[in-house]
Structure formats: C-alpha cells, structure tokens
Design a protein. Structure first.
Length: 125
C-alpha cells in the first residue's frame, strides 16, 4: 500500500511540474487598433479583426509579421517579437528541466496601434 502511495505521489508531482512547464511555453498578446475593426494579418494570413488575441508557442526571439488594414486608412506594418517580457514560470522550469529556456521571454500583454487616415488628395492636382 505504501509503495502504491509513493508511486501516485511521484506521478502527480511530475504531472504538475510538466503542466506548469507546458503552460509557460505559450504566450499571448492583445492586438488593438484605433480605430477598431482593422483586418489583422499574421505572417500573411488573415486571422480576424481588431481587437484580437494572438497566442503561440514560438521560442525566444521569434517574430511575427503583423499587418493591419482598414478601408480609408493606410496599411500598418509591424512585427511582434517574443522578447518583450521575462516569463518567470519558464525560467523556473528551465532551472528544473533545462529545455524551457527556449520560452523564457513572452509578449507584452497589449499592443496598441493607431492607424493613419489615407491621403485622399493624392490623385488631385
């Protein structure tokens, strides 16, 4: 009975450690535009309209190309890189398991972008 209890205790400890570790690998950010409702393209793929949550499990230093488009406004081009804030959970996991150091940085919680009105006078003389 005691061996069975020890086995279950060890299994639960490992399960909890890996659960914490895996949740530390993901990072997300909210993309907000002014005005709202801009179409969002991540790495060339349409993913919806602002405000929208971007989430991934990319490693430290990885960047995502972001394009915001809205009728009547200039297209906005930027990139969001996974090097904006330290992730304490991943750092602790890295000390225990080594490989989580690939996810020690995460995105800022919010990215706000102001779209500029398109130049309406470009075709007039």
């Amino acid at each position: 009975m005691r061996k069975h209890f020890l086995f279950i205790s060890k299994f639960l400890a490992v399960f909890v450690a890996f659960s914490i570790l895996l949740t530390s690998c993901a990072s997300s950010t909210m993309i907000i535009s002014e005005p709202p409702g801009a179409k969002v393209y991540l790495d060339g793929e349409s993913v919806g309209k602002t405000p929208i949550r971007m989430s991934d499990t990319k490693i430290v230093g990885s960047c995502t190309e972001v394009v915001l488009k809205k009728e009547g406004y200039e297209d906005f081009y930027t990139s969001i890189c996974r090097d904006e804030q330290a992730d304490v959970g991943a750092i602790i996991g890295g000390v225990l398991f080594l490989f989580p150091f690939l996810w020690t940085m995460k995105y800022k919680p919010v990215h706000r972008y102001e779209l500029m009105p398109a130049n309406q006078d470009s075709g007039k003389l």
